[in-house]
Write a protein that binds this ligand. Sequence first.
Ligand code: RB5
Length: 148
Amino acid sequence: MKIAIGCDHGAFEYKEEIRNMLESEGHIVTDCGCYSSEAVDYPDIAVKTANMVVSGEADTGIVMCGTGIGISMAANKVKGIRCGLCTDTTMARLTREHNDANMLAMGARIIGIELAKDIVHAYLSTPFSNGERHVKRIEKLMAEEKAD
Ligand code: RB5
């Protein structure tokens, strides 16, 4: 898959590990930064990563910050993005099955790297259920952003 990844300084080392894992598994990864532990603003990275997903340059995006909260909030401001903040593999599976998430967020100060790797695998390997009730809810969700 083509995967865009991004993080702020709170998750720099963590992002490096996730990128190495994805590349070793054969994914084509675009690293949207940050590129060191120097402080950056998570909205800048989230928007850069999310834009790769909405433009189709990436099939999906993975963003990380200290908690995962700020960077997921920022990604979800980009039209077309449904970014799920996950702290376990069940959430990762369900955000694909139910929400058809096109981005995953995680918090480096919240969950360990081994669990994060399992979450990424659960997220990437789960298809959207295409269930009628879920399709209807996602359509309502996306209609909200078209309203403004
Ligand atoms: C950075 O210190 C921290 O605020 C950020 O990584 C994140 O947790 C924000 O939501």
